[in-house]
Design a protein around this ligand. Structure first.
Ligand SMILES: Nc1ncnc2c1ncn2[C@@H]1O[C@H](COP(=O)(O)OP(=O)(O)OP(=O)(O)O)[C@@H](O)[C@H]1O
Length: 263
């Protein structure tokens, strides 16, 4: 049986910042419909990998293909591709002077010339998808952290991107809000037919909704497999990372926060 074309394909990828190599020999294929968790201690290069997936950081070597096409190096082609990638950034980036509905409408107003009545209808659908239709007229300051994250998620979905990238989606959320956001990530992925990449420190909240996990360390991917295989791995690095132990192959100042800690 032929495999479906991957949504993301990285081959022989090397990423540098200045003259420093951050990641090398990265190989990755993400299949349609998958949720892939990208895990690793602070400073290991998770955000650097995301920057390559959005075309913000050109590779020093190797190839990046996203949504079936090589990453354009710039210009209109890159902007077009970026419109098809939904990104939920750390921090919600909501505009405080705009209502919830206006925040969600922003990408539609910026990137389309749809009539207002249709934009309002689409916004209503996106807010419904994250369970916040009733909050359409509220302002960001009136929302809890979890609600604000869900509004940011609705906004990231506004243009119906087939690929979603989440950069630390649980930062600052309590355990209940974290559970709500993670189950929403899974539900939206499945009901909207998305593919999702979730970069996170929050291993224990993320693994239950992930199909596959990657662990980044020492300048590359040190583990790739299912969450169950990750839990069973006897690799000393992986085990130290999962337990958040101070002693082991990860240097102390690079150790992740304790499981369940609120950032
Ligand atoms: N714009 C930049 N210029 C120079 N160096 C950078 C830049 N961004 C990141 N780095 C360096 O690259 C390395 C990897 O950083 P990166 O932010 O990708 O790690 P991370 O795994 O996302 O960390 P965290 O979990 O703390 O966000 C770090 O040593 C960092 O200092």
């Amino acid at each position: 049986m032929t495999q479906p074309s991957p949504i993301v394909a990285l081959h022989g990828l090397r990423l540098t910042r200045g003259d420093r190599t951050i990641l090398s020999d990265v190989e990755l294929r993400v299949a349609p419909g998958e949720i892939v968790a990208v895990l690793g201690p602070s400073g290991c290069g998770k955000s650097t990998l995301l920057a390559a997936l959005t075309g913000e950081l050109p590779p020093a070597a190797g190839t990046v293909e996203v949504l079936g096409q090589p990453m354009p190096s710039g210009g209109r082609a890159l902007l077009e591709l970026r419109r098809r990638i939904g990104v939920l950034l750390q921090g919600n980036g909501l505009l405080t002077d705009l209502s919830v509905a206006e925040n969600v409408a922003l990408p539609l107003r910026t990137h389309t010339d749809l009539p207002d009545v249709l934009i309002r209808r689409l916004v209503d659908m996106k807010l419904h998808a994250v369970g916040l239709r009733a909050a359409a007229d509220a302002y960001p300051r009136e929302l809890s952290g979890g609600m604000a994250r869900r509004v940011a998620l609705a906004r990231a979905l506004a243009l119906d991107p087939p690929l979603m990238i989440y950069d630390e989606p649980l930062t600052g959320l309590d355990p209940i809000a974290s559970g709500v956001v993670m189950s929403l990530v899974r539900r939206l992925n499945d009901t909207l037919g998305l593919t999702s990449i979730v970069v996170t420190h929050h291993v224990h909240e993320t693994l239950p909704i992930a199909d596959r996990a990657l662990v980044i360390a020492n300048g590359g991917i040190v583990f790739a497999g299912t969450p169950a295989e990750l839990e069973r791995s006897d690799d000393a690095f992986v085990q130290q990372f999962l337990r958040g132990a101070p002693d082991g192959p990860i240097a102390f100042d690079a150790a992740p926060r304790a499981a369940g800690a609120v950032a």
